[in-house]
Unconditional design. Sequence first.
Length: 277
Amino acid sequence: MSGRPPAREVPARKIPVGLSTASVWPQPAASAFESAAELGYDGVEVMVWADPVSQDVAALGRLVERSGVPVLAVHAPCLLISQRVWSSDPVERLRRSVRAATELGAPTVVLHPPFIWQRRYAEVFPALVAELEDQTGIAIAVENMFPVRSGLGRGRSVAMTAFKPSIDPTDVGHRHYTLDLSHTAAAQMDALELAKRMGDGLTHVHLADGSGASKDEHMVPGRGNQPCAQLCEGLASGGFAGQVVLEVNTRKARSTAERTEMLNEALLFARLHLEWR
């Protein structure tokens, strides 16, 4: 007997609510597992980036054992700041993300569309995603993104996509999708309409809010203008079989207690609106 708590099981009738390790940044991944265990989250989504533990599958496994909190998803290293994590080759980064999910028992990998300068990767992207899903049974849920704005002077700007072919993964068509409500806010997209386009392929939700500003805000749900409550209620009544993960920005928290308050508020919001009705 190790004396460590067993990983908790989520009742099948409930939608699991997880905590992204990005939600505790700049604290390390271990802090997310501790917060998830303390507050009663159902699991963790691991954002693979500069944090060495996020890149170390064995270390993550030890965090699961110590906390009793399972990994619900692995977020592949596809941010601008993580382009050399694991490999400079985006294909290899994706393959390693899928292997990590398999080893950690996570059913989902979250993935961004290719950047426009990743031309070769973009050419093989749809087929590669489908091939890896066929080989492993892992759902590779491609995420909606948002445009960047370039200044033209005199207060004018133009929105440009940094992703190929667009910020909307339904333009290509994949088996599985991640819907991020902070991204829909920044893109000024209708989140509920996007969810409809994703249809049964909607597998994973990054629950956060936004004000409609052009930047990615990741506010605590309920503090912005996104239909967070309506989306959650629709998922519950519609038999959603994926995961909902709180990916909120707590960088401005002035203390551990304030960060904990924000994460608890986010969890209570999700649980309230995801109850089966």
